[in-house]
Design a binder for this molecule. Structure first.
Ligand code: FES
Length: 104
């Protein structure tokens, strides 16, 4: 879901990172560090019902999330979410602040 509440569907393949899937459909996920956990521009907010079904965040990811704008309890870095069959239907939201970073 986009920051303004629009719902967008994306298709990914198992093993693909959520960041790439989002970028492929034009979501404003910069992913500046390309998955090195050195930025936080790939921050997404995971739907509560999906959050617990994801593999837990590593300490480095938690540290990076602490620096991200608009963080919530179910925030994750989309470069650290690897798609699998089990995650079919996963819902995430693009945080509002990421639009500002792009100057929109
Ligand atoms: Fe930089 Fe995910 S792309 S932390």
């Amino acid at each position: 879901m986009t920051a303004d509440g629009r719902k967008v569907e994306a298709e990914g393949v198992p093993g693909q990172r959520l960041l790439e899937v989002g970028q492929n459909i034009g979501m404003p996920l910069e992913g500046t560090c390309e998955g090195q956990m050195a930025c936080s521009t790939c921050h997404v907010i995971v739907a509560a019902e999906w959050f617990d079904r994801l593999a837990g965040a590593a300490d480095d990811e938690e540290d990076m999330l602490d620096l991200a704008a608009g963080v919530t309890r179910t925030s994750r870095l989309s470069c650290q979410i690897v798609l699998s069959e089990e995650l079919d239907g996963l819902e995430v939201r693009i945080p509002e602040e990421s639009r500002d970073m792009q100057g929109r």
